[in-house]
Every structure is written in C-alpha cells, then in structure tokens.
Design a protein around this ligand. Structure first.
Ligand SMILES: Nc1nc2c(ncn2[C@@H]2O[C@H](COP(=O)(O)OP(=O)(O)OP(=O)(O)O)[C@@H](O)[C@H]2O)c(=O)[nH]1
Ligand SMILES: [Mg+2]
Length: 274
C-alpha cells in the first residue's frame, strides 16, 4: 500500500546520501550494550542486527538538554537548511509519532498529539540541544482528507527521504497493540529496497487488546512478515509514550547513530582532501 502512496517515480532516483549512514561497522559486542542476541530475542527489548552494532563514540550524548520547534514545511522549499544531522519519524496516522517525539524530548506538548488521525500535516523539525533535528513527518494511511492533500503529503515525504543529505536515520513507527498491517510492512519494504536507513520503533506496548497476540506477539509477527518478504530484519525498539518506556534506550542508540555518521563524514572529508 505504501508503495502505491509513495509513488514509484523515485524508485530509480540516485542513491540518497542518507544511505551512507546505514553502512554497518564491524561488530564489537563489548562496546554495544544495546545489542540483544538474536537467538534469545525478547521482542520487547531492543534488537540491533549484528552488522549494525555501532562502537561507542566518545562525546556522543543521549541527554536532551533543550528542544525547540524549528520549522514546519508544507513543501520541500520550506525545509530548513541541511545544517544538523536529523532523525525522521514516520508511520501511519495515529501510530503515536508526535507522542513519541514528546516523550523523547521530555515535553508534554511540543508536538501536537490528537485522537483524530491526520493532526500532523507538515514536516516539522525540532531542534534538539541546538545540534540535531528530530523530525515529525505526516502520517500515512488516513483517508479523511482530500485525495489531493494526501498525495501531496506522501510525495513530499518521499522526496524528503530521498534527497535529504543530513538524514541519519528513519524511525518507522508501528503500533504494537495491533497485528501487522500491510501498509507498515510495505513502508519498511519501500525504505529497505532503497537502502535508506531504517529503525522500526514499536509504539503503544502498554496497550493490549483482549484475545489478541499482545505487543510481544505482534512484534514477532511483524518481524516474521519482513522475513517472509525476503527482507533483512532492521533494528527495532519497543516503546510506550504513555508509560515512558524504551525512550532512554532509543535516545542512546540515536546518539550513537549521529556520532557514527559524523565520524563517517569526517573520514570522507579527509579522504577527499588527501
Ligand atoms: N495507550 C497509548 N496510547 C498512545 C501512545 N502513544 C500515543 N497514543 C495515543 O494515540 C493517539 C495518536 O497519537 P499521536 O501522537 O497524535 O499520533 P500521530 O502518529 O502523531 O498521528 P498523526 O499526526 O495524525 O499522524 C493519541 O490519542 C495518543 O494519546 C502510547 O504509548 N500508548
Ligand atoms: Mg502527529
């Protein structure tokens, strides 16, 4: 479904700069407290594929000291300049993107939360610690706005993913209180097929529906869905904005991703000078 929404015209576009951030480092278990052995996978614990385990980078901080709204873009031209590393948050409407952003940033109201899907209609940049952006993207899979507006959202988000040189990671949010949805699996597939950086963040692990698998079962089913489609299973985190679960681990991981991307950029720069 997402493949249709994020139309295929970009499928052959040039490889995005962001793909560089996805390149794995050599595993170093001693330096990677977030890694969980696949054999003993507890779906509610963070999972990082061995090839993506990042060594600790001195000076990478997961503490949020300040956070402010920086820009809301309704078109590519309105995006802020590519100045800081950024982490995008995407997923179906109502999955909890804005709630997770508030939870990560220690705010109750920075990103607007609503029971009604479609609240976030622009690409919103939040500047964290004055040195990185957390970016709230419009939701997908929501029909209560005009078709024209919906198409506009998706094409803008797609272009943003493909062209943003400072994009370090894309957090695809998936509601863990529900069985896997086709749209979410398709969203992960779309990103993976373009070698864009992807981390799946399961939301609402506090919420279980009676007579259903529950968050742990739903997470395992989602992973199995990706495997069945022949896709590599990406890193994942399980969170609850309502109960403030999983935020610290995710912030720690994102600090490592940013520091690693900065190191890579420096290496590329040195390489191009020498
Ligand atoms: N139980 C529970 N509810 C949550 C959690 N996170 C978000 N919600 C609820 O889910 C609804 C949607 O949350 P939002 O954060 O606005 O979702 P969104 O993905 O930003 O939605 P759009 O902007 O419409 O795309 C709200 O009613 C939230 O209170 C969670 O961790 N647990
Ligand atoms: Mg929102």
């Amino acid at each position: 479904m997402l493949q249709r929404m994020l139309s295929s015209d970009a499928a052959n576009a040039a490889a995005p700069t962001a793909a560089a951030a996805q390149q794995p480092q050599q595993p170093n278990a001693a330096d990677a407290p977030l890694a969980a052995p696949a054999a003993a996978l507890n779906p509610l614990q963070p999972y990082i594929p061995p090839g993506l385990i990042l060594p600790k980078v001195p000076g990478s901080s997961s503490t949020v000291r300040s956070a402010e709204f920086a820009a809301g873009a309704y078109s590519g031209a309105q995006l802020p300049p590519e100045r800081w590393p950024e982490v995008a948050v995407v997923g179906r409407s109502n999955v909890g993107k804005s709630s997770l952003i508030n939870c990560l940033l220690g705010s109750s109201s920075l990103a607007k939360v609503s029971k009604h899907p479609g609240k976030t209609q622009s690409i919103n940049h939040y500047l964290v610690n004055r040195n990185w952006y957390l970016v709230d993207c419009p939701g997908y899979g929501y029909a209560k706005v005009s078709q024209a507006k919906r198409a506009d959202w998706h094409s803008m988000t797609q272009q943003y993913f493909m062209r943003r040189g400072t994009l370090v990671d894309i957090l695809l949010l998936v509601d863990a209180s529900l069985p896997p949805k086709e749209a979410d699996l398709a969203g992960a597939e779309w990103l993976l097929q373009r070698n864009l950086p992807l981390t799946v963040v399961f939301t609402k692990i506090d919420k279980a529906k009676q007579q259903q698998a529950g968050p742990a079962g739903n997470i395992l089913a989602f992973r199995a869905g990706l495997q069945a489609a022949g896709l590599a299973v990406p890193a994942h985190f399980a969170t609850s904005a309502a109960k403030k679960l999983g935020a610290q681990q995710l912030l720690q991981y994102l600090a490592q991703r940013r520091a690693h991307a900065a190191q890579q950029q420096q290496q590329l720069l040195q390489h191009s000078i020498s």
